[in-house]
Design a binder for this molecule. Structure first.
Ligand code: SIN
Length: 343
C-alpha cells in the first residue's frame, strides 16, 4: 500500500517519540482512559448486546450484561471493551499465550536462531528459568502466518488456528453484531517494559471489511491510533489487562503503534476471587471447540498458585497482545480460491 505520508509532516512520529522518550518522561495528561470518562473524547455504548452467550463463562468471560463498551469521538469504528474477563479467565489466556501458542507448528521470531519446538518448556529446561530466552520471544503467529517481509499471506504458510481463540473471537464478534466473523490469523505480541511497536497499518488481509480484534493482558500500554496517513495526529489511549480493542470500518486501516509499556495499577490475574465456572461444558454448544472439558482443566491448573507462579513472574514484567484477524472473504476457502482471484 503506498505511503502518502512522506509529503506531510509526520505527526504520528512526533507523538510516538514523545511517549517513547525516557530522558524526558512524557506526561500522561492527554492519554485517554475509559476509566476516567471525558464527554468530548469517549462515548459509552454499553451494552451492545446484553444477552449472555453461554460459551463465555467457559472461555473466562464475565456475563455480557456486565461488559462496558466505549467508542471514541475522534475515531469512528474504534471500540474498546473494558476487561470483560474474569480473573481466572485472565490467567487462562496468559497461560495459553505462554505455554501453548508458542509451540510448533506455530511460527516464532526466534525460529531462525533457536528452532525450539516448545519455547516455554525450553525456558525451564535446566530446572530454573532462562530469562534470556524468555525475553527473546517477541511474536508468535497462528493460522495464516503473517509474512513480515512480503506482508502477503499464503496458503502454504497456514497451520490450524487454536480452537479456543477461534471460539473466543466468535463470542466477541457476535456480541459486536458480526455474525460471520471467523478468526483465521493472529499475531501474539510479547512486550517487556522497554518494548515498543512502531507505526503500521494492517492491510494484508483479503477481507478488510472484517474487524480486527486485539486482546491485551498483563502490564498496561499507551496505544496510539491516528488516521490513514501519518500526518494525522494520533490519540493516545491507555490499554489495560483484559481490554479488547476493535478496529472496524473507518478505523480498520488506520495507523497505530505502541510507544510505551506502563506498569499496571491493577493485576486482575492476582485478585483473590479466582472462581472458575461450573463444569457445564457438556451442555454448552461450542462452534469450534472439540473438547470443552479441557478449558476447565486448564483453568483449574491456572488457579493453583504454585503452578501459576512461573506465569506470574513473566506477566509481572511483560505485556501480551493477541491480534486476531479474518483473512478471507465469506465463503472463500483459500487465498488462491479462483472465485476471488480477480479481486
Ligand atoms: C499490533 O498492532 O499489532 C499490536 C497492538 C498492541 O499491542 O496493542
Amino acid at each position: 500500500m503506498p505511503d502518502n505520508s512522506i509529503e506531510f509532516e509526520d505527526n504520528f512520529k512526533k507523538q510516538f517519540k514523545y511517549y517513547k522518550a525516557n530522558r524526558v518522561k512524557p506526561s500522561f495528561h492527554d492519554v485517554m482512559s475509559v476509566d476516567v470518562l471525558k464527554d468530548n473524547e469517549v462515548i459509552t455504548v454499553t451494552p451492545l448486546n446484553a444477552e449472555t452467550d453461554p460459551r463465555g463463562a467457559l472461555l473466562g468471560l464475565q456475563k455480557q450484561s456486565l461488559w462496558h463498551t466505549f467508542a471514541f469521538q475522534n475515531h469512528p469504528g474504534l471500540l474498546l471493551i473494558r476487561n470483560p474477563f474474569t480473573n481466572a479467565g485472565q490467567r487462562y489466556w496468559i497461560q495459553r499465550c505462554l505455554q501453548e501458542y508458542p509451540k510448533k507448528p506455530n511460527k516464532l521470531n526466534i525460529d531462525i536462531e533457536t528452532n525450539v519446538q516448545d519455547w516455554w518448556l525450553e525456558c525451564f529446561k535446566d530446572g530454573e528459568c532462562n530469562r534470556v530466552l524468555q525475553k527473546k520471544l517477541r511474536w508468535t503467529t497462528l493460522g495464516y502466518h503473517h509474512n513480515w517481509d512480503t506482508k502477503v499471506y499464503s496458503d502454504e504458510s497456514r497451520t490450524p488456528f487454536p480452537e479456543d481463540l477461534l471460539e473466543l473471537s466468535d463470542v466477541v464478534a457476535q456480541y459486536l453484531g458480526y455474525t460471520n466473523f471467523k478468526a483465521e490469523a493472529a499475531i501474539v505480541n510479547y512486550y517487556h517494559m522497554d518494548s515498543t511497536l512502531s507505526a503500521h497499518t494492517d492491510h494484508s488481509e483479503v477481507n478488510l471489511e472484517a474487524p480486527l480484534l486485539s486482546f491485551s493482558f498483563g502490564q498496561s500500554a499507551i496505544f496510539l491510533i491516528g488516521g490513514k496517513n501519518k500526518s494525522i495526529e494520533p490519540s493516545a489511549i491507555l490499554l489495560q489487562s483484559g481490554d479488547i480493542i476493535i478496529m472496524s470500518n473507518e478505523a480498520r486501516l488506520c495507523y497505530h503503534a505502541v510507544p510505551r509499556i506502563v506498569p499496571t495499577e491493577f493485576s486482575p490475574w492476582n485478585h483473590e476471587n479466582l472462581e472458575i465456572p461450573d463444569n457445564t461444558s457438556s451442555v454448552v454448544n461450542f462452534k469450534y471447540i472439540s473438547n470443552p472439558s479441557q478449558l476447565i482443566a486448564v483453568m483449574e491448573k491456572c488457579i493453583n498458585n504454585e503452578m501459576w507462579n512461573q506465569f506470574n513472574n513473566y506477566i509481572e514484567e511483560s505485556r501480551i497482545n493477541m491480534n486476531v484477524r479474518q483473512v478471507l472473504n465469506e465463503s472463500q476457502i483459500s487465498i488462491t480460491d479462483e472465485k476471488f482471484n480477480n479481486k
